[in-house]
Design a protein around this ligand. Structure first.
Ligand code: EPZ
Length: 418
């Protein structure tokens, strides 16, 4: 088993290159199944979720090979419509494959997807959308079996702007007969990136980023070479780390407008943040004042994937904060770990009531999910004394070279095997 050993108290200085977005690369990998032509995805992050998604593509019969940090996928020999349950349980984004596998085989079978234990994570909106396109769905013994004679375009109104459901329906609609209109679609930048990729291989998708996406079905698709957008959540994680530890850090290769909600909050906290093209420079040398309220919302609201990290920051601000998690039911599993460090937090339903303390103390911590685990690392970096963090495989799902990048900024963090 691997763990982090962290000695807190170092300020962070220097620059950090941001990886391509996990939540863009994953649906794009699923989209590669749609075409028989080769696609090359550039500079993919070296993270577990991507490795597992590539394994799933190989199980479907796709030829997926790494070339340095690029992945080349040739789906011309894809022949299997069943997504292996062991891998489906590993990652939520396996569910995106439903749309592309159904489009290719008119059949798909998947076990209920896994991923972070942050809530119920239903897939009802995915399935309702696919049914609107003509898919018959049977749910039995923990499996979802999808079949259709053909896929036909239709109008779909999502009950909530689900990222995954929007992406799944886009994938299934690309080669459907006729036009599909997705209303109340998710607006995340990763949705726009998927649209850009799909159009790059010859699809006709428009409207991503607005609440309404239009997909005109096409008959054939080609190949392309594609560079996904930067990971706004990784960038936000390093920016919050600097706000907590103090110092001056430049996050490079980012899209600042994609995390404007975080930048706005941190400026309210008293951080100096300077934006220059694809760089965000944050500087802080004093204790921050608390931001009174933070509410997670679908994009462009404050991202739920930065909720744990900003709550860790609130723990060491001067004053009180209320953090409300509006998207997932149980996304405060990291709070008891922060309380081991002396944090003053009370969770009631979807609200965390935080009273800032002067300093957290190092402790032995357990990561329970990807972003909560990252938040524990940030808290340990800012704390006084030594911390250990176990179950860091959760963190490896979404952050490539995490400790290496932090060490390069001056953090005292090592990964050890115990
Ligand atoms: C995507 O998950 C991201 N994962 C999540 O990032 C992110 O937190 C989430 O979007 C919200 O931005 C990937 O892109 C791989 P949703 P997804 O469907 O698609 C409800 C990370 O840390 N819902 O937008 O699963 C659901 O319960 C991960 O990188 C239904 O009710 O999120 C939740 O309350 C964690 N029925 C809300 O919608 C459905 O069929 C948002 O979920 C689907 C979702």
């Amino acid at each position: 088993m691997e763990k982090y050993i962290i000695n807190g108290g170092n300020k962070l200085y220097g620059s950090v290159k941001i990886q391509t977005a996990k939540n863009s690369v994953l649906p794009i990998l699923a989209a590669a199944v749609l075409t028989d032509a080769k696609v090359k995805i550039l500079n993919v992050p070296q993270i577990t979720d991507v490795k597992n998604m590539v394994k799933i593509l190989s199980c479907l019969g796709c030829n997926a090979v790494y070339e340095d940090s690029n992945i080349i996928i040739d789906s011309s020999s894809a022949h299997c419509y069943e997504i292996p349950s062991a891998l489906a349980h590993e990652l939520r984004s396996s569910v995106f494959l439903l749309g592309s596998v159904i489009s290719r085989f008119h059949k798909a079978k998947i076990a209920y997807p896994g991923g972070c234990d942050i809530g119920l994570r239903p897939v009802d909106l995915h399935l309702t959308g696919l049914k609107r396109l003509g898919v018959q769905i049977t749910e039995k013994n923990g499996y979802i079996l999808c079949e259709c004679d053909k896929l036909s375009g239709n109008e779909i109104m999502l009950d909530c702007p689900s990222v995954g459901a929007t992406e799944n329906i886009m994938l299934a609609a690309v080669k459907a007969e006729g036009t599909t209109v997705i209303k109340n679609a998710a607006r995340e930048p990763e949705i726009e990136d998927l649209q850009k990729f799909l159009n790059c291989i010859g699809a006709k998708v428009s409207g991503a980023g607005s609440g309404t996406i239009i997909v005109e079905g096409v008959k054939t698709l080609g190949g392309c070479e594609f560079l996904p957008i930067p990971d706004r959540i990784e960038a936000g994680t390093f920016i919050i780390a600097t706000a907590m530890c103090g110092g001056e850090v430049c996050a490079e290769g980012v899209c600042p407008e994609n995390i404007s909600s975080l930048i706005h909050k941190l400026r309210e906290n008293g951080c100096k943040i300077h934006i220059k093209n694809d760089k965000i420079i944050i500087e802080n040398h004093r204790r921050l004042i608390s931001v009174k309220t933070i509410e997670t919302q679908p994009y462009p609201g404050f991202p739920t994937d930065l909720q744990a990290q900003i709550t860790a920051l609130c723990c060491v601000c001067g004053g009180n904060s209320i953090v409300t998690e509006n998207l997932f039911e149980t996304r405060f599993k990291y709070v008891p770990e922060l309380k081991k460090m002396g944090a003053d937090i009370t969770v009631i339903d979807r609200n965390a009531f935080v009273r800032g303390v002067d300093r957290l103390k190092g402790a032995d911590l357990v990561a329970h999910d990807l972003r909560g685990g990252a938040a524990l690392v940030l808290a340990a970096l800012a704390a006084e004394g030594r911390s250990g963090v176990v179950d860091i495989y959760h963190i490896d799902r979404g952050y490539g070279s995490f400790e290496y990048k932090l060490r390069k900024l001056g953090a005292d963090i090592v990964r050890v095997t115990v």
